[in-house]
Design a protein. Structure first.
Length: 291
C-alpha cells in the first residue's frame, strides 16, 4: 500500500480549522472556558470575546479539544485513505492534546507520530509547514524529525505579563506578591521551550516594562546575532496593539536583519497571561519557506 501522510494540528497555530485546511493540514480546535461553558477556539469564540472576559476580570480556562472532535477527525482522515498521521499540536507541557491524539489513533489503528515543539503558536504552525514541505520533497519521517529538531535550535518563546492580579486570580501568583509587584512595577519574564519542558518558567523578574524589554533584547535574543541564519521574530500582544507596535519597532532597530510580524497572542496562552502581556517567538526560517 502506498503511504499517504495526514499532517495534523490544532488551533494553537492561531488558525481556524478552515484556515489550517487551506494550508493542507487537518486540525481540531482547543477549548476556551468561561461562565461554566466551553467554546471551541476560533470556531465559537473570538479574540474580542476573550479580551472582554479578561477586562471583566473573569477566569478564562483552556483545555484540550473534545475527544469526539479528535475521533471524528481521525476517522475522516482514515476514510480519505490516509495511512498514517504526523501531528504537531500544542506542546505536551501546556496541553494533553498530543496524548489524546495518540490514544485515538491507537484505537482507530492509525500509525501516529508526534513532534513536540516545546511551545505553540507561530513556531508550531511554521514547523508544520516545514514538515509538509519536506514530505512533499520525498523525505522520510525520521529525516523530517531531524530537520525539525535543527530548526528549533535557539528557538524560544518569551512572555512579559503585565497584569499580575490576573496571574493571582489564576493561582499562578499569590495575591500579596501580585499587589506588591504591581506597586513597584515588577515584570516577570517567562519562557516556554523544550528546555522548560513546554511549561511556563519564570527566568527573571525585572522592574518596569522598559527594563524587562531591554533585558529580553540583550540577554534572551543573543542567538539573533548569528547572522548566518534567517531569523524571524514574532511580537504578540494581549489587547495592547500600540505597545506591540512600539516593541516591534524596537526589535526591528535592534535586529534589522531579521524579519518580524505583530499578532494577537493566541487565546490558549493569553487566557493565562492576562491583558497587556507582550510575547516573543524567535526561530530560524528554513529552505525559503515563508511564515
Amino acid at each position: 500500500m502506498m503511504r499517504k501522510i495526514a499532517f495534523v494540528t490544532d488551533s494553537g497555530t492561531g488558525l481556524t480549522v478552515a484556515q489550517n485546511r487551506d494550508l493542507g493540514f487537518f486540525s481540531v480546535p482547543l477549548q476556551i472556558s468561561f461562565d461554566d461553558k466551553s467554546y471551541k477556539e476560533y470556531e465559537e469564540v473570538s479574540y474580542p470575546e476573550v479580551y472582554q472576559q479578561l477586562h471583566q476580570q473573569r477566569i478564562v480556562k483552556t483545555s484540550l479539544p473534545t475527544l469526539s472532535d479528535i475521533e471524528t477527525l481521525f476517522q475522516g482522515i482514515k476514510d480519505e485513505g490516509y495511512t498514517e498521521i504526523f501531528a504537531i499540536p500544542i506542546c505536551s507541557g501546556l496541553s494533553g492534546t498530543a496524548s489524546a491524539m495518540h490514544t485515538t489513533a491507537q484505537n482507530l489503528n492509525i500509525p501516529f507520530t508526534f513532534f513536540d515543539t516545546g511551545t505553540t503558536a507561530v513556531i508550531q504552525r511554521y514547523l508544520l509547514k516545514l514538515a509538509k514541505t519536506l514530505s512533499n520533497k520525498g523525505l522520510e519521517l525520521d529525516q523530517i524529525v531531524k530537520r525539525l529538531d535543527a530548526a528549533l535550535e535557539d528557538a524560544n518563546t518569551i512572555l512579559i505579563p503585565d497584569d499580575l492580579m490576573h496571574l493571582s486570580r489564576g493561582g499562578r501568583l499569590s495575591r500579596t506578591n501580585a499587589i506588591v509587584g504591581n506597586l513597584v512595577q515588577m515584570k516577570p519574564i517567562l519562557e516556554i521551550n523544550r528546555e522548560t519542558g513546554g511549561t511556563n518558567k519564570v527566568v527573571k523578574t525585572v522592574r518596569t516594562f522598559k527594563k524587562s524589554l531591554q533585558y529580553v533584547i540583550d540577554e534572551k535574543m543573543t542567538a539573533l546575532n548569528k547572522r548566518q541564519f534567517n531569523w524571524h521574530v514574532v511580537v504578540a500582544h494581549v489587547d495592547a496593539l500600540d505597545v506591540g507596535k512600539s516593541v516591534r519597532e524596537k526589535i526591528q532597530q535592534a535586529f534589522p536583519h531579521a524579519t518580524t510580524e505583530l499578532i494577537d497572542l493566541v487565546p490558549t496562552v493569553s487566557a493565562h497571561t492576562g491583558l497587556g502581556c507582550i510575547a516573543f517567538q524567535i526561530f530560524r526560517k528554513q529552505d525559503g519557506i515563508e511564515v
